[in-house]
Design a protein around this ligand. Structure first.
Ligand code: SAM
Ligand code: SF4
Length: 367
């Protein structure tokens, strides 16, 4: 694919002259209009399915600055991306993340700014996030039992996350969704309690099958992975689930419950392949553009952002988000993003025995 220039006119007047479909189309005809930006690989939790207990985090010099992350987000929106999600690691442990949210929230062409968080900082950060432009928020919670919550997160305190959920509820987000990974032997008896918890509060819940990203240190993933078909059967013991036609342009399959506001989602990468509809890419906080969660195909955007090849000579001047917003996004950054679409593989191979699975853990990936 060739790329010839700005899709969205952000010239002097700042007027948006066009809001066409995304320019990002891969070899299989899939349009990429959703990007997940990791803002840190660090986290205050050590969830057993996501991290090992002793983690080595990236050295500071390898981590993109907020200004660099902003430039990538802006490049994507200028290429027609409509939705950005901030994730990590835990996005709310990154210093000054609200300033980044503020800057991204003002990007022309962006329909939604989303965030996925473990909820531990939300009691004080929910309101600033809403004010800064976050539309929807996902909060991860895998147990309603304090001791068990501690066992799964290794360091987390359930009451902090519950307070975070309440704070988010009072902030008028367009939607709040709980994310839950059900694992045999850890929390497989909590499918219904967690569903009740969401339904009573009128918020959504999505059940995510555990994925083999990196080595889990306390269990063999094949022993704990729980199929969402089984999770759904548990829910249907007490609730009627009605399939929704609503397209979420993503891997979640949603069901509604008659008379309730909550929707129940299932993200089932292990038992159902949804790759044909994949509309997303991810950027790690090192600036590696990952074209697929389950493969290593990637493009190094940091090399372009930091290259001293004359084209990006203004990079030195970008010392603040305000300044980053005034300076055009480097054209070669946009070109690299467009070119990377040709690297997007057709599908992941999570359930194939002999396939080399990624060694990168979810916190490095930007879940
Ligand atoms: N720290 C934030 C949080 O926990 O919500 C955002 C990052 S976390 C990597 C994003 C989501 O990925 C969480 O909902 C978490 O439960 C999920 N996750 C992490 N490792 C996973 C794995 N191996 N398989 C499936 N989901 C995973
Ligand atoms: Fe941290 Fe989220 Fe990973 Fe848990 S799932 S360790 S909260 S990044």
């Amino acid at each position: 694919m060739t790329y010839t220039g700005n899709l969205i006119d952000t010239s002097d007047t700042g007027a948006i002259t066009a809001k066409p479909a995304s320019l990002l189309i891969d070899r299989f005809g899939r349009q990429v209009d959703y990007v997940r930006l990791s803002v840190t690989d660090r986290c205050d939790f050590r969830c057993v399915y996501c991290m090992t207990e002793e983690m080595q985090f990236l050295p500071r010099k390898d981590v993109l600055t907020l200004e660099e992350i902003y430039q990538v987000g802006r490049a994507f929106t200028e290429l027609g991306v409509r939705r950005l999600r901030l994730t990590g690691g835990e996005p709310l442990v990154r210093n000054n993340v609200i300033a980044l949210v503020n800057a991204l929230g003002r990007l022309p062409g962006l329909d939604e700014l989303l965030i996925t968080t473990n909820g531990a900082q939300l009691d004080r950060m929910a309101a600033p996030l809403r004010e800064a432009g976050v539309n929807r928020i996902n909060i991860s919670i895998d147990s309603l039992d304090a001791e068990r919550f501690r066992r799964i997160t290794r360091t987390g305190r359930l009451e902090k996350v519950l307070a975070g959920i309440e704070a988010a509820r009072s902030c008028n987000f367009d939607r709040i969704r709980l994310n839950t990974v059900i694992m045999k032997g850890y929390n497989d008896d909590e499918v219904l309690p967690l569903t009740h918890f969401a339904v009573e509060r009128g918020i959504d819940i999505a059940f995510i099958e555990e994925m083999p990203l990196g080595q889990a240190s306390e269990h063999q993933r094949e022993d704990t992975v729980c199929s969402n078909d089984w999770v759904r059967e548990q829910i249907e013991k007490q609730y009627t689930l009605v399939g929704s036609d609503e397209t979420t342009a993503g891997p979640s399959r949603y069901y509604s419950i008659p008379g309730e506001r909550s929707r129940i989602g299932f993200i089932s990468p292990m038992s159902h392949n949804f790759c044909a509809d994949c509309n997303r890419v991810r950027m790690t906080v090192e600036g590696r553009l990952l074209l697929c969660l389950g493969n290593e195909h990637s493009s190094d955007l940091r090399r372009i952002l930091r290259a001293d090849d004359g084209q990006n000579s203004h990079q030195d001047e970008i010392k603040s988000l305000e300044r980053a917003a005034e300076i055009p996004v480097p054209e070669n950054l946009k070109q690299a993003i467009v070119a990377a679409m040709d690297l997007k593989p057709e599908r992941h191979h999570f359930y194939e025995q002999d396939y080399a699975q990624p060694v990168r853990l979810m916190n490095m990936t930007g879940g």
